[in-house]
Write a protein that binds this ligand. Structure first.
Ligand SMILES: *Cc1c(COP(=O)(O)O)cnc(C)c1O
Length: 353
């Protein structure tokens, strides 16, 4: 048994709770990734490969990329932080969307950056609203695609429209933490843009669909000068041997990921239909989580539903009291876990106070 610090619920079975708060993979990593991870055990006395060659080679081969423009990090979080530190100084403008990956505003604030949060439209990124906010001081725009907290996704044309509207000296960072869940054509569009323009970076992670969150490994595809900057400022051993080996094997086992994308999409459809039958609205998204709206549901609300789920040993993402949306974000789990959520929310909606 693992012992947990008070207040921290360990993931999965070990905590006795169904943890659906962190958008972790319900299915775990590819068996090939686990085997590669184990194979590192015999050489833990050695430093990791500072050139990250094996993983960059795998990414370049599988996604047809220029290997020199791939940089790996300790989670994509590290790469987002490096980009913000490298390209933004005090007083520079950073545009984020109303909901965004929290570490982007944390890193931005640490740099003394001027952050503007652009409102979204029913949880969908509004390109015109972003472009309206661009000013002479704007240096960087970061969007997550698919976005949090609903998993809504811009298609390739929409991303190109955003890029076309930005001045060439503004860096557009596409946080693709959930990109593998989107239609492959969306990922291809983002890769193409990062590959052909001088001011687009795409970050990706192994924490979500690849099921390797515990190893902390992500990557970025960048214009050559940006890759050069990240190479110079990253720590030489920012990624560890186990993470590099497991991630390389995971990338090469692309069939495993295709299977998860399909299972996830089927689960999302099933959950949305069941929750609609219970009188709830699920905002349409494509990622491995969903946003349930309690707006206009008399006597019912997100905080009440979260409490009800917790009483059934299900942990959704905690409701942010500052969020006026009356919404609850829940990770897609295994079928039995999704069944438990559906049953609990259906009960919550039908019970009299
Ligand atoms: C999980 C997540 C990340 C980063 O995850 P890492 O584990 O640091 O790779 C980035 N953006 C969003 C929107 C996320 O949900």
């Amino acid at each position: 048994m693992t012992s947990a610090k008070p207040g921290i619920v360990p993931p999965g079975e070990s905590g006795g709770m169904i943890r659906l708060s962190h958008n972790e993979s319900a299915y775990g990593p590819s068996p090939e990734a686990v085997a590669a991870y184990r194979s590192v055990a015999g050489r833990l006395n050695r430093y990791p490969d500072g050139a990250q060659y094996e993983l960059r080679r795998a990414l370049a081969d599988v996604h047809k990329l220029d290997i020199d423009r791939i940089i790996c990090g300790s989670g994509s979080e590290e790469l987002l932080g490096l980009l913000i530190r490298a390209y933004l100084a005090e007083g520079d403008g950073l545009l984020l969307t109303e909901h965004h990956f929290t570490m982007c505003s944390v890193y931005g604030r640490t740099q003394g950056v001027n952050i503007t949060q652009v409102p979204v439209d029913d949880y969908r990124i509004n390109i015109a609203a972003i472009l309206e906010q661009v000013s002479a001081g704007t240096r960087m725009v970061i969007i997550a695609n698919p976005n949090v907290p609903a998993g809504t996704c811009l298609d390739g044309d929409e991303i190109r429209e955003l890029h076309n509207g930005l001045p060439g000296d503004v860096l557009l960072v596409i946080d693709g933490a959930y990109m593998e869940y989107a239609a492959p054509v969306v990922a291809a569009g983002c890769i193409d843009l990062a590959g052909t323009s001088g001011n687009v970076v795409m970050t990706r992670t192994f924490s979500k669909i690849y099921g390797l969150a515990g190893l902390r490994i992500g990557w970025a595809y960048c214009p050559a000068p940006v890759a050069g900057v990240l190479q110079r400022i990253r720590s030489p051993f920012n990624t560890n041997s186990a993470a590099l080996a497991a991630a390389a094997a995971a990338v090469r086992d692309s069939g495993y990921i295709d299977g998860i994308r399909e299972r996830n999409a089927a689960s999302l459809r099933r959950i949305s239909t069941a929750l609609a039958a219970a009188g709830l609205r699920v905002i349409p998204g494509v990622a491995n989580f969903y946003l349930v709206s309690f707006a206009g549901r008399e006597g019912k609300n997100a905080a009440g539903a979260a409490g009800y789920l917790q009483s059934r040993n299900i942990m959704p993402r905690p409701v942010n009291p500052a969020d006026s949306g009356n919404v609850l974000r829940i990770t897609v789990g295994k079928d039995s876990e999704n069944d438990a959520v559906i049953a609990a929310l259906t009960e919550y909606m039908t019970k009299k106070e």
